[in-house]
Each structure stands twice: as structure tokens, then as C-alpha cells.
Design a protein. Structure first.
Length: 509
């Protein structure tokens, strides 16, 4: 690398980035010490200072994670090492006088996988189109970040996120960013993380705006998390303690999580709605790191001064049905089971059949899980924020993914390649099927970036704020329109439902 490339001094030491077109990009800057050895399962510690100039031209290694679907995340080509906690910065100019708005990306991945260096998260187009600074970072997932372990703080992955935001506060001005104009944005588990940060006292003041794309409703109560943590450790024949689990290599603990995930359906009588998700990790409402579930926290006024942009995709759950090879194969028996487990209230099955009398078993199975897992948690987050005195803008993506003849619809994750413009990377390769994006897709992609970056700059994405009278949302389709929330029948069904931490429904171990 040329020594003429830009150098920026951070609190821990100087870093040299790389000029890439109109941007300067810095990769793999530590924001915390490696959480290994005596720091394993601990809250993140400050990064160790270094002398001289550190080359910041390569992404840091990903945290240990489930590789079952890592082919869609770029993790297989990532470097190895234990310096998991690093940040990356895309900036139009590392000029301290620039004071550009800052967007901080938080990846998803069911709280068990994810990597900021994935090609699908290349933030070049967002930084260029919005003329702002974009930051991404790694945080601990799976056992390392979210399992309940005795003697370790809960929600270590969330604590990593707070540490990354503190790094942004303390360092981003040197990269040309404005620490008083920070927007966090994330999708799926990243959106659940954004919702968590809105509820966390220790994240207060670290960001001004928040974008939550497809917020999952899966938050664990402390009792449920303890029981799941005990079951996870039992897969390795161990107790759920720091002493026992720290003796196991991180990669081996990943296998423990995979083993339990494969048989979580056997735990429906104990774990209820959490069991069929096949994901034994979620933020834990422990009363300390995360004092309350986001919906309750926001309704009580937490983060009322933070502006919120939140929404979901119309056909969220279809992706998971397709990835399981079950499109068109859902029986009425399975639909009934899903309606009874996930539908709102004791009459959930009847309510859905009455609202969608022509729906097939597969459509009902998909609809109720889309609503329970993503759509209604997202809409209710907007409504909770309003109830607490905050301001929210809402959207629904209804444009269908072009891959597979449009069979996947506006499924989960489609917003990522549209927002980042990464149509051939990670999940985009499946959703766009390797084809060049159509003019329609390019226009919608540009619309995403314009709206998101406008929101980061001004708090206005280009459509009216949501309210409980008109219920106006941005419908993102080939011809985007502002309209009353399109899923009115579903909204009414779920109107009285309270999203909260999932309980332990049966006797624990």
C-alpha cells in the first residue's frame, strides 16, 4: 500500500486507509480488545493502543458463528483470528472539519451469525449517494454473544454494539463524521439490536436516529434464557458457567448451538413460541443490560428524543419456507399448528381463517409467521414509540424479488441488496438469481438509499410520520406510494396483542 494513503489518528493509535474511487475506506480497526482468554464471555474491554501506523486495509476476522448458511454471508472467505471486535469506515473525506452525518450498520443473522465484512454489506453506494460516513462493525453472536452463562453479563453482543458506538462517538470526527448526527440502522437481528439499543440506558446519547428493518419479536425472558442456556451447555455435557464453557474452544461451542437448534422443536412444551424458530439465541430482558422489552420501554418514553424509521417486507417468512425446500408443501395440519401457536389470542386460528377465507394452508402458514415474527413487532414498535412521545416513520416493502420467477415475493432480506446495491452478493445472489438488475430494481434501490440517507441527514425520509389516525406508510414497490398501512386486516387482529419477552412456558431443567 502507498504511504501516500490517508492516515487518521484514533484514540488507540494511527490508522492508514485506502482510497477507493471517491471514498477513503478503513477496515479492521479494533474498537475493543479480543474477547478471549481471561476476557472470554466478559463485557468488551478497551482496545489496546498501538505505536506507529496500523494498516487498515482488510476486514477483521468474524466472530465464531454458525456456518450452516454462511454461504450467504461471505464468512467462508474471511480471515481467521481472535480480533473479532473491529470497525470499518467509508468516508468521502477524512477531514475533521467535514462533520458529515454518520450511519452505523448492525448486521442480522438470527443472533447466531453475521459478519460486517460480507460483500453484501459493502457500504460504498450508501456513502457516495448520501455524501455521508458509514460505519460497520462486528459483534459477538451465538454462544459467545447471547447465551445465558452464569458468571457472565447477559447480552454480551449488545454490549459490543454499545462499545462500537462509543468508539464512533470518540473517533468519528477524525474520519469526517459528526458524532452528534449518528443514525444506527440494522435488519432482522440487526433491527432487534437497534430496538434493544433504544431501550438500553447505557446506549443513551450514542445516536440520534434509528432505522429498524424487519424487527423480530423474539426477545427472551430471563427465565427462558436460563433454561435455554442450561440446555445449550448440556449438549456439551457441561454446566452453563464461565468456568465450564471457557474451557471449550469457540468453534466447538458453535457446534453445541447447532446441535440444539436441530432439535428445538422437541422443547415446544417448555419454550413455547421460541422453539420452532430453531434459534436458541436472542436479546435477554435481564433487567440490567436490557431493562425491558423494546415495546414496553419505548411506550414508557425511553428514547423519545430519537427519531425512528421502521418497517418490514410483505412476504417475510416465505424465504425460510423456500430455504427449507417446503414451498407448496405445507399441509393443513402444519398450518393449523402454526396458527394456534403464533396467532394472536386464543382465537388466532379462527381470526386468520375469517380474514383470509380463500387462503391455502401454505399461505396461512406463511402469513401468521410473517406477522408474528416480523410484521407486527415492527408496526407495534412504531406505535409504542408514538405512545411514549416519540416520532416514527413506517414503511412496507411489497416489490417482489425477481429471482425464481418472483416466487419469493417481497421476502425477508430483500431490502439489503436494494439498500446497499449489492445485487450479486450474499443473499442478493439468490434473490436476483445472478441477473442484472432491471431499471425498475435500480430505481427502487436508489429510492431506498435516498430515503435512508435523507432520514440520517434530516430525520425526514420523504413521507409523513406515522400516526394512529391516518396510519400512513411508504409502500415501496415499482411505483412507491404513500398509503394507509396495507395490512389493515392483520393490524386489527393484532391490535390488542402485547409483544413482550417470551416466557418459559413449562417446567425448566
Amino acid at each position: 500500500m502507498s504511504t501516500n494513503e490517508p492516515v487518521v489518528r484514533t484514540v488507540a493509535g494511527a490508522v492508514r486507509g485506502r482510497t477507493e474511487g471517491a471514498l477513503t475506506v478503513f477496515r479492521g480497526i479494533p474498537f475493543a480488545a479480543p474477547p478471549v482468554g481471561p476476557d472470554r464471555f466478559a463485557a468488551p474491554r478497551p482496545a489496546r493502543a498501538w505505536d506507529g501506523i496500523r494498516e487498515a486495509c482488510a476486514f477483521g476476522p468474524p466472530p465464531p458463528q454458525d456456518l450452516g448458511i454462511a454461504g450467504t454471508t461471505g464468512v467462508l472467505d474471511a480471515p481467521e483470528g481472535d480480533d473479532w471486535l473491529t470497525v470499518n469506515v467509508w468516508t468521502p473525506a477524512p477531514d475533521p472539519a467535514a462533520r458529515r452525518p454518520v450511519m452505523v450498520w448492525i448486521y442480522g443473522g438470527a443472533y447466531k451469525l453475521g459478519y460486517a465484512g460480507s460483500p453484501g454489506y459493502d457500504a460504498r453506494r450508501i456513502a457516495e449517494d448520501g455524501d455521508l460516513v458509514v460505519v460497520s462493525f462486528n459483534y459477538r453472536v451465538g454462544m459467545e454473544g447471547f447465551a445465558h452463562i452464569e458468571g457472565a453479563p447477559a447480552n454480551r453482543g449488545l454490549l459490543d454494539q454499545v462499545a462500537a458506538l462509543e468508539w464512533v462517538r470518540d473517533n468519528i470526527a477524525a474520519f469526517g463524521g459528526d458524532p452528534d448526527q449518528v443514525t444506527v440502522f440494522g435488519e432482522s437481528a440487526g433491527a432487534g439490536s437497534v430496538a434493544s439499543l433504544l431501550a438500553m440506558d447505557r446506549a443513551a446519547g450514542l445516536f440520534r436516529r434509528a432505522v429498524a428493518q424487519s424487527v423480530p419479536g423474539t426477545f427472551f425472558s430471563d427465565e427462558l434464557a436460563r433454561d435455554v442456556g442450561t440446555a445449550l451447555a448440556a449438549e456439551a455435557g457441561l454446566r452453563p458457567t464461565v468456568a465450564d464453557l471457557s474451557a471449550v474452544a469457540p468453534g466447538e461451542l458453535v457446534k453445541v448451538g447447532q446441535s440444539l437448534s436441530a432439535k428445538m422443536l422437541q422443547y415446544v412444551d417448555r419454550w413455547g413460541q421460541a422453539a420452532p424458530t430453531a434459534t436458541p439465541y436472542a436479546p435477554v430482558v435481564d433487567g440490567e443490560v436490557l431493562p425491558a422489552a423494546p415495546w414496553q420501554a419505548l411506550a414508557s418514553g425511553a428514547s423519545r428524543d430519537v427519531e425512528l424509521l421502521v418497517g418490514h417486507n410483505r412476504d417475510e417468512f416465505r424465504l425460510f419456507i423456500a430455504m427449507a425446500g417446503q414451498l407448496g408443501q405445507i399441509t393443513d395440519e402444519r398450518a393449523v399448528s402454526a396458527l394456534r401457536l403464533f396467532g394472536p389470542g386464543p382465537d388466532g386460528e379462527r381470526s386468520y381463517r375469517a380474514a383470509f377465507p380463500e387462503a391455502s394452508p401454505g399461505e396461512l402458514y406463511e402469513r401468521v409467521q410473517t406477522d408474528w415474527l416480523f410484521a407486527m413487532p415492527s408496526l407495534h414498535l412504531a406505535e409504542a414509540h408514538l405512545a411514549g412521545g416519540g416520532r416514527a416513520h413506517a414503511y412496507e416493502l411489497t416489490w417482489p424479488a425477481p429471482g425464481n420467477g418472483g416466487a419469493l415475493g417481497a421476502c425477508h432480506g430483500l431490502d439489503i441488496p436494494l439498500l446497499f446495491g449489492t445485487y450479486h452478493a450474499d443473499l442478493g445472489a439468490l434473490l436476483f438469481a445472478g441477473a442484472e438488475p432491471s431499471p425498475q430494481a435500480l430505481a427502487l434501490s436508489s429510492r431506498f438509499r435516498t430515503s435512508w440517507t435523507s432520514f440520517a441527514r434530516t430525520g425526514d425520509p420523504g413521507w409523513p410520520a406515522y400516526d394512529t389516525e391516518r396510519r400512513l406508510v411508504q409502500v415501496l414497490d415499482a411505483e412507491p406510494v404513500v398509503a394507509p398501512y396495507p395490512e389493515e386486516a392483520v393490524r386489527r387482529m393484532w391490535e390488542g396483542h402485547e409483544f413482550a419477552a417470551l416466557p418459559l412456558v413449562g417446567p425448566g431443567v
